[in-house]
Design a protein around this ligand. Structure first.
Ligand code: FAD
Length: 487
């Protein structure tokens, strides 16, 4: 870094920006964050995340604090107007390959507080609150950013190696990169009601219920502690005006709960959209999270997708900060992420159609019919889109399991090797640019290698497989070819 103020400037300190800062804090890099508000947005939006995201939280060291604020989610049922089950999406209480339960419920402000606290003692990170980005210029080898401090009304300049816009749905950075979006066609206005029960109520469902109806599609969410959420599609049966009329709200809720049993924490209206930005990068400027894509919330994957974005991007940025700008490496961010997030959005839209009773239960390829005729869905796990690695390598773009290297004394692979590319192989190997692990020392890794029938594997810091080598192939050639993408 020459005469620059920082390596990476993050614009926006919502969950996407805060997780990116936590991921980058693993390296010796200087990070600055601009946030236009003075504090965390204190009302919940996201209420669910999955195993892949818990793995990211574990990697940034917040698992122990966060787990106390979450519950394990039992799953989602889609029912018709007579409450008959039409599609079940259970989330079994079993640890997945990612090392955690398939699905969790949480309160977004709890997560955001933990993420921010985790950065508090890091001297490499500077956070500017009340500071709104107003101008960006790609200057070739760096980016010039101008922001206004809204309290002092003064403007300031930051020169950064890279800028990442995690600045939400109305992203300034997105407009700079190119405002065009791909619209997948779902746009609906929904009311969101967050309630806190006065005492526990065993009669309320303990999982998410999607009430499919052409009249009043609605969602019930069993959230953490005494929090419960109802989302209602706005139409002639429940109108925008009704949300401001407590009598109408309680009349709607009377199927589940009476006014004396809970308080309404908030009521608001959202327009659920299904959009992906056409461009995620311009030179050294990137977008991530809601700035890059918007999804209706029926799968609980909007924030999760944003966190997958920054998990894909952080190590590529760190690599470039340490070893120089690599166009191909950085360009892989958009192509790898776009296809993955698109699959979540399309599946969510299919769920939206089912909710409106205009689509059928085939919301994804993972729906199967049981012997008794009932329909059951398993979670989708789309692979990365094209990018790094070879198309002909079947393991490329798959996520590597969460492994404990030592059964008697916990030593997670993720925690040992989470900053750089790692070569795992069945034989000794030396290469100046890649860390090497001989798997013969670790029973768990030998098992994985035997199952996959491979001799070597290169793993990325985001735990995706960069490339794999079948038995009886030349390891030197394999490593040199894989590393070409980083030169
Ligand atoms: C009703 C509802 C339910 C949802 N449920 C789920 C769920 O269960 N699971 C899930 O994964 N997702 C869910 N989502 C989606 C999820 O809430 C969002 O995807 C997530 O909050 C987006 O995070 P973000 O950090 O990208 O953006 P934001 O949270 O919007 O943060 C952007 C930040 O950037 C700041 N900012 C903006 N412009 C500037 C600027 N020019 N300069 C400086 N700062 C700026 C803003 O102040 C803000 O703090 C839900 C959404 C809704 C509406």
């Amino acid at each position: 870094m020459q005469n620059k103020n920082c390596n990476v400037l993050i614009v926006g300190f919502g969950p996407t920006g805060a997780v990116l800062a936590n991921l980058l804090s693993k390296y010796d890099l200087s990070i600055q964050i601009l946030e236009k508000e003075s504090q965390i947005y204190n009302l919940p939006r996201a209420v669910h995340f999955d195993d892949e995201i818990m793995r990211i939280f574990k990697s940034i060291g917040i698992f122990d604090k966060l787990i106390k604020k979450t519950i394990i989610n039992k799953g989602t049922k889609f029912v018709d107007e007579d409450d008959n089950l039409i599609l079940d999406w259970p989330r079994p209480r079993q640890i997945t390959d990612n090392g955690f339960y398939p699905s969790y419920r949480f309160h977004q402000p709890d997560l955001e507080k933990i993420l921010r606290k985790n950065l508090a003692s890091n001297d490499n990170i500077k956070i500017y609150y009340n500071s709104e980005l107003t101008e960006l210029k790609n200057k070739g080898k760096f980016v010039k950013a101008k922001y206004i401090n809204k309290v002092t009304n003064t403007s300031h300049i930051i020169d950064a190696d890279y800028v990442v816009g995690c600045d939400g749905a109305n992203s300034f950075v997105k407009k700079f990169i190119g405002p065009e979006t791909i619209d997948y066609g779902f746009e609906e206005r929904w009311a969101v009601l967050d309630l806190i029960l006065k005492k526990h109520n065993k009669n309320l469902p303990d999982r998410t219920i999607q009430y499919c109806s052409q009249n009043t599609p609605a969602t019930y969410c069993r959230n953490v502690g005494r929090r419960r959420r109802w989302e209602i599609s706005l139409n002639k049966n429940f109108t925008e005006k009704d949300i401001f009329d407590e009598n109408k709200i309680w009349k709607f809720l009377s199927k589940w709960i009476t006014q004396d049993a809970a308080v309404i924490e908030r009521k608001t209206i959202y327009t659920f959209k299904s959009l992906i930005a056409k461009k995620w990068q311009e030179g050294r400027v990137f977008i991530a999270g809601d700035a890059a894509h918007l999804s209706p919330p029926f799968m609980g994957q909007g924030m999760c997708s944003g966190l997958r974005d920054v998990s894909n991007l952080f190590w590529k940025l760190a690599y470039c900060c340490h070893f120089g700008h690599k166009e191909k490496l950085l360009a892989s961010y958009e192509s790898e992420r776009l296809k993955n997030v698109k699959e979540y959005i399309i599946t969510t839209i299919n769920m939206g159609k089912l909710l409106n009773s205009i689509g059928d239960t085939n919301v994804s390829k993972t729906v199967r019919e049981d012997q008794d005729g009932s329909k059951v869905m398993t979670s989708i796990k789309p692979p990365l889109g094209p990018g790094l690695g070879s198309k002909s390598d079947k393991l490329r773009g798959q996520i590597f399991p969460f492994v404990n290297l030592n059964k008697s004394n916990i030593k997670y692979f993720d925690e040992q090797f989470d900053k750089e590319l790692v070569l795992l192989s069945t034989q000794e190997f030396n290469h100046p640019n890649i860390k090497h692990i001989n798997i013969n020392k670790y029973k768990e890794l030998i098992k994985i290698f035997n199952n996959l029938n491979i001799k070597a594997l290169i793993l990325r810091p985001d735990r995706f497989i960069l490339s794999s080598l079948q038995k009886n192939s030349d390891i030197n050639k394999f490593v040199n070819k894989s590393m070409l993408q980083f030169s």
